[in-house]
Design a protein around this ligand. Structure first.
Ligand SMILES: Nc1nc2c(c(=O)[nH]1)N[C@H]1C(S)=C(S)[C@@H](COP(=O)(O)OP(=O)(O)OC[C@H]3O[C@@H](n4cnc5c(=O)[nH]c(N)nc54)[C@H](O)[C@@H]3O)O[C@H]1N2
Ligand SMILES: Nc1nc2c(c(=O)[nH]1)N[C@H]1C(S)=C(S)[C@@H](COP(=O)(O)OP(=O)(O)OC[C@H]3O[C@@H](n4cnc5c(=O)[nH]c(N)nc54)[C@H](O)[C@@H]3O)O[C@H]1N2
Ligand code: SF4
Ligand SMILES: [Mo]
Length: 711
């Protein structure tokens, strides 16, 4: 049989690296980086090679499975759809739409057919109980995009290819390969930045893989970032270093912010952040002096108590230094399928309804996932009785996972669309497994929007869809048709995912409808299997703003209120909020290049070698507890406890411990044979569903107070 080369973008993380996948018949013979991809230039990480293991994994489900008194039984697609539609329609009829909750996990955003068709399916159910991984992740970024710039997907991306000064808070792109910054080959791009005399400064409670290659690294107390950022911003204002330039012409509210910062004093801010006042001042000076600079923050500053405040201050720093919308600063993309200036997505809305039990606000139609378990466990009208999960594992990925685990066991009905029986889907009554990534086509509807260059590509499937397999979008369509019939809802025909892309390309900024010379369509993209570079990010403001007044709304009232609240806390009790007592440590997360959230642990290639889910602890904290590397320790929080192995590390700050999320695979009913032997413990058995960012209800997964003792 002949060998064939297939080119496609990797769907595993946000870096969207180009891959060359060599096949012989049905076999994958090699996966390597695609040197001809103009964006990733051959970069690849170990996870991509495991796409082969994923495709071939005997644990990967290929048939619908129904839970019965005698265990799991496979059934035909038709019977499975009928069963699901009947159960959902019955619960809908008896208890109303809100009794059915839906949770969309992270891999949905890497699977464009799932994105396009899940929305239509949701429209059919019309439940207010919609949840996703957004509220354990990038919710603050989307909310601020909506408030400041008028659209939840208007996220300003660091232009690191042209920057001279890159200030990074709570992000570890050397391990994560970038987030809300699609940046294949971060290491090489960083080297180029440093080679042209630029500097990267990292602020992180751990000397991360990224901090290790930075020009400077400052330890910060977990949760101390808002104080640090306020210190930098205030220095710029106080020392007349604010130079918003032409941005001032279409920005409102900067003076209000400046006035709100006036009473703060540098020493208090320094103490609350754990970074000394001289360093904060120096960073402000360096930022102001750099011709082109970008401030960027991710999980460590997004998913903590002051996440929205931090992300707001980051936007303001880029704005007042004139770096927003400037090459080398932070800019908005202009993607080929424009999900911003088009009917493909909505700008957003906030607080249109609230969760039933705790009154948490929706954003863009979704409630904070920290509320999901209580909505199931609390009786009364509107109680959640059924759940649909798609490509997710909230038992391992959302706060107080054990509580959710218990809640799932009590549901009337649960449907999971997933190709693994994981810690969450093991509770399902029915599992519908979609095709593997290599059996469907691929377009990055989302990550092109967050990329450090404008880029586009479409790739056909590597393998044909087996006759008895279904794509995620086909599952939504078939199930939707049956459910619509049961509910008596009329249903119109809908394009296939690639037809939606074709329409989007034609209507988009490089399409025929806008008379762009490239006139992009699927045929042009087929002629460019390695992807098509559409150039560096370009200034687009104020035109790109989606507020009708075409202005940046710098000072949303909600943010001013949050700032006032933060300042009051700071003056009141500067230290107790951060370090309640001497025995308490602060728990933070971490990522490893060979792991991917709660999955990709079932492949020997990625999990072999030393385990990677230990608790990292500073030697002085080990000594204070008479502990040694390798010992099993009990980590305890308000929520519960886990037993893990501890490892000494000079890289974490004293008083801080670090544990990665997504582990804890040794639970009954999980069908992940290899992962089970590398089980680890779930950090989200410790994170607290009541510890939230007060602005929007995003989970505060970093900075969890814990104690550690010998097990
Ligand atoms: N403590 C702590 N918790 C965290 C984080 C943290 O940093 N710390 N990070 C958070 C973040 S950023 C995220 S994004 C979440 C992730 O949390 P989730 O989105 O809930 O979980 P994942 O591990 O991404 O889900 C993977 C599941 O999707 C399935 N899957 C993969 N591809 C497909 C597909 O194409 N179709 C279908 N139907 N299923 C598929 C896999 O089989 C697997 O079961 O975790 C969050 N939780
Ligand atoms: N290999 C791999 N790559 C991934 C993923 C994966 O699981 N594995 N997940 C993907 C997903 S879904 C996402 S969202 C991205 C996330 O991408 P990143 O945000 O780049 O990844 P993290 O490793 O979570 O980085 C968070 C950093 O914040 C630090 N931190 C913790 N608390 C604080 C704090 O209070 N303040 C400050 N300043 N820093 C703090 C941590 O020490 C850590 O270094 O990665 C994506 N890429
Ligand atoms: S960095 Fe991300 S996109 Fe690139 S090969 Fe690795 S997992 Fe795939
Ligand atoms: Mo994420």
């Amino acid at each position: 049989m002949d060998e064939r080369s297939h080119y496609r973008a990797c769907n595993l993380c946000e870096a969207i690296c180009g891959l060359e996948i060599k096949t012989r018949g049905n076999a994958i013979v090699a996966i390597r980086g695609d040197a001809e991809d103009p964006f990733s230039r051959g970069h690849i990480c170990p996870k991509a090679v495991a796409l082969k293991d994923l495709h071939e994994d005997p644990d990967r489900l290929r048939q619908p499975l129904r839970r019965t008194a005698n265990g799991w039984e496979s059934l035909s697609w038709d019977s499975a759809y009928d069963y699901a539609a009947e159960r959902l329609a019955a619960l809908h009829g008896e208890h109303g739409a809100d009794a059915i909750a839906m949770y969309l996990g992270n891999p949905n955003v890497h699977n464009y057919g799932s994105m396009t068709h899940a929305q239509r399916f949701l429209g059919l159910i019309r439940t207010k109980n919609r949840y996703s991984a957004t509220s354990v992740d990038q919710l603050p970024h989307q909310l601020l995009g909506y408030w400041l710039y008028g659209h939840q997907l208007l996220v300003a991306i660091p232009d690191i290819d042209h920057s001279d000064y890159f200030l990074v808070l709570g992000a570890n792109p050397m391990a994560s390969n970038g987030s809300l910054m699609t940046v294949p080959d971060f290491p090489k791009r960083l080297k180029a930045l440093q080679a042209r005399g630029g500097r990267m400064v990292v602020i992180d409670p751990r000397r991360s893989e990224t901090a290790a290659v930075a020009d400077a690294h400052h330890f910060i107390r977990p949760g101390g970032d808002a104080a640090f950022l306020l210190g930098v911003l205030k220095t710029l204002f106080d020392e007349n270093l604010a130079r918003p330039g032409r941005l001032a012409e279409f920005s409102d509210g900067l003076d209000t912010v400046r006035a709100a910062l006036a009473p703060l004093d540098a020493a208090t801010l320094a103490a609350a952040s754990g970074i000394n006042a001289a360093d904060i001042r120096q960073i402000a000076h360096d930022l102001a002096a750099a011709p082109r600079a970008a401030v960027y923050g991710r999980m460590g500053v997004s998913v903590q108590r002051h996440g929205t405040l931090c992300q707001w201050l980051i936007q303001l720093l880029n704005l007042v230094t004139g770096n927003l919308d400037r090459p080398g600063g932070t800019l908005f993309t202009l993607p080929a399928v424009d999900t911003i200036d088009s009917p493909l997505s909505k700008p957003g809305h906030f607080g249109k309804w609230r969760s039933r039990v705790r009154g948490l606000p929706e954003f863009g139609g979704e409630l904070p996932v920290a509320a999901l378990a209580e909505e199931m466990l609390t009786p009364g009208a509107g109680q959640v009785r059924a759940l649909i999960t798609v490509a997710g594992n909230p038992v391992l990925s959302t706060p107080n996972g054990r509580q959710l685990d218990r809640a799932l066991a009590g549901l009337d009905f649960m449907l999971s669309i997933d190709f693994y029986r994981n810690e969450t889907t093991r509770h399902a009554d029915l599992i519908l497994p979609p095709t593997s990534a290599l059996e469907h086509d691929h377009y990055d509807l989302i990550f092109n929007v967050f990329a450090v260059r404008n880029t586009t590509r479409y790739n056909p499937p590597v393998f044909p869809r087996p006759d008895d397999a279904r794509h995620d979008w086909e599952i939504f369509e078939a199930l939707g048709a049956r459910l619509a019939a049961q509910l008596g809802t009329p249903r119109s025909p809908y394009p296939r995912p690639e037809q939606l892309i074709e329409l989007g390309l034609a209507a988009g900024p490089y399409g025929a409808q806008r008379k762009h010379p490239l006139a992009l369509n699927l045929k042009t993209l087929a002629a460019h299997p390695h992807g098509l570079d559409l150039g560096p990010l370009q200034p687009q403001l104020p035109q790109r703003l989606q507020h009708t007044d075409k202005r940046i709304h710098c000072a949303p009232p909600e943010m001013l209120a949050e700032l006032a609240q933060f300042c009051a806390e700071l003056q009141g009790a500067p230290d107790t909020a951060v370090a309640p007592d001497l025995n308490t440590l602060q728990l933070i997360g971490r990522r490893h290049v060979r792991s991917n959230n709660s999955w990709m642990h079932n492949y020997t290639r990625l999990v072999k070698g030393p385990e990677r889910h230990q608790l990292l602890m500073h030697p002085s904290d080990l000594a204070a507890r008479a502990l040694q590397t390798g010992a099993n320790v009990t980590v305890r929080s308000r929520i519960g406890s886990v037993v893990v192995a501890v490892q000494a590390s000079e890289d974490v700050m004293p008083g801080v411990v670090s544990l990665p999320h997504g582990w804890g695979h040794n639970r009954d009913g999980v069908q992940l044979d290899i992962a089970r032997h590398h089980a680890g413990s779930s950090v989200n058995d410790l994170t607290d569903e009541t510890a939230l960012d007060p602005v929007c209800g995003n989970a505060a997964l970093n900075g969890v107070p814990v104690t550690v003792a010998a097990a």
